[in-house]
Design a protein around this ligand. Structure first.
Ligand code: UD1
Ligand code: CA
Length: 492
């Protein structure tokens, strides 16, 4: 069977979301790395509708640009002062072509677990039964304040009654309105024109369309959904966390089924846009955020946060944080590493403990193993950066770049003052402060020479345990030690 395509999807996202108690509009709150309205848009796009309209009003200045950013083709519909889901739907229809025919889906901006698959099934059922309206419903033990589905004696859907307008008898109904529907667009337009605001909330209810269509002799049916999570709307932050956790559980399960080992799903957070190759292992306490990509057989964790970061096959990342970074195949990162945007570690390279990198291209097989700040750097293949090296990239006014050539070796505790460049195949002596260029094959030494002062302990620390130890070892004279009075080590 081919996939049915509705003519349009309308997403209602104009409400205020008072119960969130937030300066951020409800539909812009996020779970799984995506806004609530973003989830609604993703599901709508999966059903392949030709037109998508998103109805906005509350904090339009924030919601409309967000919608356009994630889906430039989405039509923004402005709801006027008339309140209610019915009015919102009318406004959503207004921006669609006037001669539109066929099926229009209406969904909510605050029901994030609804899937595209469900919308496809809804559209298929709606079109195959020839109904004018099909509403997605669920059976709940506690139907809370959802609208109730009123069926007639022969079991067909008669109307929806809102909780606030329901009689005690109607409140006892356990089949609820999810707020997701398929409509024949002509019937929808016609019925909406007849909806009034004569109800407990003084709003124009979309739910009234069902009773009106039914009274006009149209067929109204229900699409009962077993998966209750998909119909759950978010009204407050308790539900935000609840649905966020469920979405995460679903993401972990999906990836485990795709061949990813997740040692502790309960402490692993995977955003909806992350992707993984086969045989990846994720250890506890790990968050894979944004559009991160993790290659086959990589080991991530414990306690790693990756945001919009690409990790190559067979790489290993432990106890680290990486943002907008690229970690090459077979590379190793951590423990305790901080990779900031623009970090690109080559294949087989290493970023080790207590190393911070930013805008740093580190070549294949190059190593920055210990205690280093490496900002605005280009490091060639196979280079080695000694422990404690600082790339001094900022002079207080401007940022400069440091280049370290291929196979070069920077001794420990060096400061490379940018802009500066060290050629391929060069050495920098430990403890140097490098301010000028170093050529191929040269050793740069940029620090004070060592000076040994004979009998200093005897003169200045006489009688101490140190003095005793020196006497026992035999006090040295200049020339009697291999070190002498000059720096022989690096200059040899
Ligand atoms: C609505 C349904 C109810 C259903 C429930 C499912 C109506 C009258 N009631 O109630 O039967 O059980 O959803 O979650 O439809 N919105 C607008 N403009 C408005 C009002 C709301 O765009 O003027 C949008 C909101 O942004 C939200 C959605 O419509 O995305 C639902 O609004 P909400 O106020 O939460 O409706 P409920 O009272 O939950
Ligand atoms: Ca709601």
């Amino acid at each position: 069977m081919s996939t049915p395509r509705p003519a349009a999807v309308i997403i209602l996202a104009a409400g205020e979301g008072t119960r969130m108690k937030s300066d951020t509009p409800k539909v812009l709150h996020r779970i799984g790395g995506r806004s609530l309205v973003g989830h609604a848009i993703a599901a709508a796009r999966e059903v392949g509708a030709e037109h998508l309209s998103v109805v906005v009003r509350h904090k339009r200045e924030l919601v409309a640009p967000h919608v356009t950013e994630i889906d430039p083709a989405a039509l923004i519909a402005d709801q006027d002062e008339v309140k209610g889901t019915g009015r919102a739907t009318e406004c959503g229809l207004d921006v669609l072509p006037a001669d539109l025919t066929g099926t229009v889906l209406v969904t909510m901006g605050d029901v994030p677990l609804l899937t595209g698959e469900t919308l496809v099934a809804l559209t298929r059922e709606h079109e195959s039964t020839g109904a004018a309206v099909t509403v997605v419903t669920s059976q709940l033990d506690d139907a809370l304040s959802y609208g109730r589905i009123v069926r007639d004696a022969d079991g067909s859907v008669e109307r929806i009654v809102e909780f606030k307008d329901a009689t005690e008898e109607e409140k006892a109904i356990t089949e609820i309105n999810s707020g997701i529907y398929a409509f024949d667009v002509a019937v929808l337009r016609e019925a909406l024109a007849q909806v009034t605001t004569d109800n407990a909330q003084g709003e124009k209810y979309l739910t009234d369309v069902l009773g009106i269509a039914r009274a006009a002799g149209r067929r109204v049916s229900a699409h009962l959904l077993e998966d209750l999570w998909q119909t759950e709307g978010i009204n407050d932050r308790v539900q935000l966390a609840r649905l966020g956790a469920e979405l995460n559980r679903r993401m972990c399960e999906k990836w485990m089924r795709e061949g990813v080992t997740i040692v502790d799903p309960a402490s692993t957070w995977i955003d909806v846009d992350a992707t993984f190759g086969r045989d990846v292992t994720i250890l506890p306490g790990t968050q894979i955020l944004g559009p991160s990509v993790v290659g086959a057989r990589a080991v991530i964790g414990p306690e790693v946060t990756l945001e919009a970061t690409e990790v190559g096959e067979d790489a290993e990342v432990r106890r680290a944080e990486a943002h907008h970074a690229v970690i090459g195949a077979g590379a190793s990162v951590g423990p305790y590493s901080y990779l900031r945007p623009g970090t690109e570690l080559g294949a087989g390279g290493k970023i080790g403990g207590f190393v911070e990198t930013k805008n740093a291209k580190i070549g294949d097989g190059a190593k920055v193993p210990h205690l280093t700040y490496c900002g605005d750097a280009v490091i060639g293949e196979g280079a080695n950066i000694g422990a404690g090296t600082i790339f001094a990239n900022y002079d207080g006014v401007t940022k400069g770049q440091t280049v370290v050539g291929a196979q070069s070796f920077v001794g420990s505790q060096s400061v490379l003052v940018a802009p500066v460049s060290i050629a391929d195949g060069a050495y920098v002596a430990a403890g140097s402060t490098i301010t000028g260029e170093v050529g191929p094959g040269q050793l740069a030494v940029a620090r004070g020479k060592q000076r040994n002062i004979d009998h200093w302990v005897a003169r200045r620390r006489a009688g101490t345990k140190t003095d005793e130890a020196a006497r026992a070892a035999g006090y040295a004279d200049a020339g009697s030690t291999t070190q002498g009075t000059t720096d022989t080590k690096d200059n040899a």
